[in-house]
Design a protein around this ligand. Sequence first.
Ligand code: SF4
Length: 272
Amino acid sequence: MTTLAAKSPFELRVGLGNLPEQSVREALASGEMGFLHSYTTGSTVDGPGVRVVAWTTGCQWRCRYCHNPDTWTVTNGIPVSVAQAADELRKYRAGLKAMSGGFTLSGGEPLMQHRFAVKLLGAAKGMGIHTTIETNGFWGSRLTDDDLESIALVMLGLKSWDPARHKDLTGQEIGPTLDFARRLAARKRPIWIRFVLVPGLTDDPEDMAGSARFAASLGNVERVEVLPFHQMGRFKWERLGLTYTLESVEPPTSEAIDKAVAVWRSAGLDAS
Ligand code: SF4
């Protein structure tokens, strides 16, 4: 039997939901139950300090470099109630506090299950646990201003500044993500930007500079993380029968990563 605890999010998981469609709809509408791909403990790369990370299923984007395409379908996840997830989280409360860490809800795209996300993040906050959400921001408008108060940090994926390139890379428009970033700025909610560096796709200096200027103009971006593209998710595309277009793309060299970081830094941002 598949358990929720995963050694890594690179485990392929499909068809675990096993619920009638009506039950899935009801779960999403109430938010009392959500669908999780997995969770891990002890992460040091998904927000400040040491973190428990839960990966939700469901994403409406189709990023060509996505390393977790098995999270795209909501019902690939395991149904979990807010109460169950909160109980599990409670076990780590003292340790997370001691390690200046917290809880991160990632995906997939967590705001595909925004009601569940809000309830779970609210429960974590209620336990005194620092909360982070990792999102593409497309459904940021689903969150009320009160909901935003339950989220101590938003890790926002910026994929490309050029609208046509963004559409080609993700299948979706960039506008809603930028609107969400502006709204977070207006409400002085902190953002960390995550940017995946893909040679030949996202490494155009002008394009990166556009994103960097936008991020710097917001005034609430505390940090930028340049993440090198890798091929670790490729096998999932193949196993799921999806067309993968980046077979011949190599991970960026350390020199290319340094150059990309320099572009973000030259806009005055704390990038690494
Ligand atoms: S937004 Fe994230 S989960 Fe969704 S397709 Fe893109 S990389 Fe994958």
